[in-house]
Design a protein. Structure first.
Ligand code: ADP
Ligand code: MG
Length: 309
């Protein structure tokens, strides 16, 4: 299961400690319910607002303390979100009388060092800065672009996730009965050097695409992308929106070609569930409150493999 922003921040997107604890506590009630129904669950999550907070600290302190790289920000937020989920889930499971341990893996995602994103970074992150403030960070090696009328904004690579390097550990914990949190924020972006060693890199990875990979690595039956809408819809934002129910992967590819899904939000979720269905699983997009029904086949936008002929 992939948890989106609304499971980890307040409804207005704020990410104070209390906002995160409250939202995660709410999400964990639904996850515990799923566990109570006998499902083995692996959780992954986004980290955009949390990394945003760390970048702001980097920026405000850049003249005093060297900024920490994005792979470190990813590791930090995996840990803090992970323990928050574990504490909340432990309580929610205990309330249901379920005796199941929880664990969080600090986990890396392999990306291709030749991914086009590294040569031409395009993913904007952090705040808009003045030219002078941006210069301090440019001197630390960061890339910035000028956004007319708004200032300077950092851009980074957003490479395709290739492999979840720590998925075998997640699988082992799952087999030992744990509810596992892994690959948060899409996983710590990592490249393999020519000598075979691994190195973290400055990039951000889409959490929904990574969720799809994790689900494949652990042979999940269902990938649930829990977000703030019950369904994906066609003609989003118009007065003739239509919810999408159960479709095959091929049907979803045809719908996606008609540009119904926004690039930075619903687009990667659709891509993630469709890829998962193309590998034989069922991918569902729905809201947190619907996850049990979605796994049971009764809610959400559901992408299923092509029927066998
Ligand atoms: P998360 O934080 O859960 O990853 P996002 O905000 O990135 O969620 O994506 C969910 C949002 O996608 C919805 O709240 C909605 O505003 C937007 N969206 C864009 N296109 C569609 C669509 N075709 N159907 C439904 N929602 C859409
Ligand atoms: Mg969001």
């Amino acid at each position: 299961m992939a948890l989106g922003g609304n499971a980890m921040t307040s409804p207005d997107g704020r990410a104070r400690v209390s906002d995160q604890q409250q939202a995660i506590t709410g999400a964990c009630v639904h996850i515990a319910d799923l566990v109570g129904r006998g499902h083995d669950v692996v959780i992954t999550h986004g980290n955009g607002p949390q990394v945003g907070n760390l970048l702001l600290k980097n920026e405000l302190a850049a003249a005093e303390v060297p900024p920490v790289p994005l792979d470190w920000c990813g590791a930090s937020t995996q840990a803090t979100i992970g323990i928050t989920v574990m504490d909340a889930l432990d309580v929610a499971l205990a309330r249901l009388g379920i005796d199941k341990p929880t664990a969080t893996l600090v986990s890396r995602t392999l990306v291709d060092a030749d991914d086009p994103g590294f040569a031409r970074p395009t993913k904007p992150i952090g705040r808009h800065l003045s030219r002078d403030d941006a210069q301090v960070l440019i001197d630390h090696g960061q890339h910035f672009v000028e956004v007319p009328g708004k200032g300077w904004r950092r851009v980074v690579a957003s490479p395709e996730p290739v492999e979840c390097l720590d998925a075998p550990a997640a699988d082992t914990l799952l087999g030992a009965g744990y509810v596992v949190v892994c690959s948060g924020g899409g996983g710590i972006p990592t490249v393999r050097r020519s000598d075979g060693s691994l190195a973290g890199v400055e990039a951000v990875i889409d959490k929904d695409l990574t969720a799809s990979l994790v689900a494949r690595h652990i042979n999940a039956d269902v990938l649930v992308i829990a977000t703030d809408v019950d369904h994906a819809v066609t003609d989003y934002g118009t007065d003739h929106e239509q919810p999408i129910g159960e479709v095959t992967a091929a049907e979803m590819r045809r719908i996606a070609e008609q540009q119904h899904f926004a690039a930075g939000s619903m687009g990667p979720k659709i891509e993630a569930v469709t890829r998962f269905a193309e590998h034989g699983g069922t991918g569902v997009i729905t809201s947190l409150g619907n996850i049990s029904d979605a796994v049971g086949g009764r809610a959400g936008t559901r992408v299923v493999p092509a029927p066998r002929t």
